[in-house]
Design a protein around this ligand. Structure first.
Ligand SMILES: *Cc1c(COP(=O)(O)O)cnc(C)c1O
Length: 346
């Protein structure tokens, strides 16, 4: 990693020394034959962590969500999801282009949840004119809603509501461990009420590559077919899974440090009147900041000046930034970031 303070995303995290060592020593085999001991161990560990029967290692969160949705749905089915869901905005419309699955988009509440009334209103009648509603997809934490998290009680309410209507529930839990740690709850409380969950090893957990999809044994068997179908059957990928095992064993609880640094950074930036923090931000490891009206520069111009001083931030709107805390950002980096913002906006 160079010396820049890189706050663009937690996807920029590099593997830890413990991961590099585990990768070098990982026992390997052909995973398409089910013979990679490291992948088998990761899938078992992941499933256990989230309280499901089985897991499936996939190259990315995007593929995890896609194989989940293709496994739950048939051609012509419909998924209820948020208008600002990662799956809707940033996954290439894969459910439609590759799965012939339709989406019913619902506006999220400010905390990233979908209101039960809105889910109810989106459920289709049994009618030849309509696609068949099959699945509700939640996102926890919710990226575009500010890294907000949903509670165990909310997830349970959606599970109960959906199951009573014959629908399945999937969670895009790219950062579900952030959601659990932020609330001080076991992640199982967030995943128990739903049918499937995807989470990323390669974000705040620092593994170089990969996500895991978890669900029932039967569901994962179906997902394994779809993963192969999409070209995601990997061979000696245990080198990657080995890092994932370290991620799950060593990197989950420490996410609390990223949350604490996010709050510290928010506090340090709040002293600059040129910056306006989203109310309630940060809920987890990301903060969203807006430029005050009287600032002449736009976000891209400010980001360029920050970058010239060694601070990289995400630009998510004309006057809006996203800053994401992660393992490779120290307390000193937080202080420097706040100071550099001050210089650039002075
Ligand atoms: C990062 C992310 C994903 C998956 O992204 P990949 O880059 O494909 O691993 C899915 N959902 C959310 C909310 C994300 O932030």
């Amino acid at each position: 990693m160079n010396n820049d303070i890189d706050l663009r995303s937690d996807t920029v995290t590099l593997p830890t020394p413990a991961m590099r060592e585990a990768m070098a020593k990982a026992p390997l085999g052909d995973d398409v034959y089910g013979e990679d001991p490291s992948i088998n161990a990761l899938e078992e560990l992941a499933a256990k962590k989230v309280g499901k029967q089985a897991g499936l290692f996939v190259p990315s969160g995007t593929m995890g969500n896609l194989v989940a949705m293709l496994s739950h749905c048939q051609r012509g089915d419909e998924i209820i999801l948020g208008k600002r869901a990662h799956t809707f905005l940033y996954e290439g419309g894969g459910i439609s282009t590759l799965g012939s699955v339709h989406s019913a988009q619902v506006w999220e509440q400010p905390d990233g949840s979908l209101a039960l009334d809105d889910i109810q209103a989106a459920i289709r009648p049994d009618d030849v004119h309509a696609p068949r509603t099959r699945l509700v997809a939640l996102e926890n934490t919710h990226n575009r809603c500010g890294g907000t998290f949903q509670t165990p009680a909310y997830v349970a309410s959606v599970g109960e509501f959906a199951h009573a209507r014959g629908l399945k529930v999937h969670i895009d839990g790219a950062r579900i461990f952030n959601a659990a740690v932020a609330q001080g709850v076991d992640v199982k409380e967030l995943t128990g009420p739903v049918d499937s969950v995807t989470f990323c090893l390669s974000k705040g957990l620092c593994a170089p590559v990969g996500s895991v999809l978890c669900g029932s044994r039967e569901f994962i068997a179906e997902a394994r077919r779809w993963r192969k179908h999409l070209g995601g059957g990997m061979r000696q990928a245990g080198v990657l899974a080995a890092a994932g095992i370290v991620a799950l064993n060593e990197m989950v609880e420490r996410l609390a440090e990223d949350h604490a640094r996010a709050r510290r950074l928010a506090g340090a930036l709040a002293i600059h009147p040129q910056l306006v923090l989203d109310p309630g931000s940060p809920a987890t490891n990301m903060l969203f900041i807006n430029l005050a009206e009287d600032v002449k520069m736009d976000a891209a111009q400010v980001a360029e000046k920050l970058s010239a001083r060694g601070v990289l931030v995400g630009v998510t709107g004309k006057r809006r930034f996203r800053l994401v805390l992660h393992y490779w950002i120290s307390d000193a980096d937080v202080e420097k970031t706040a100071a550099v913002f001050g210089e650039v906006l002075a």
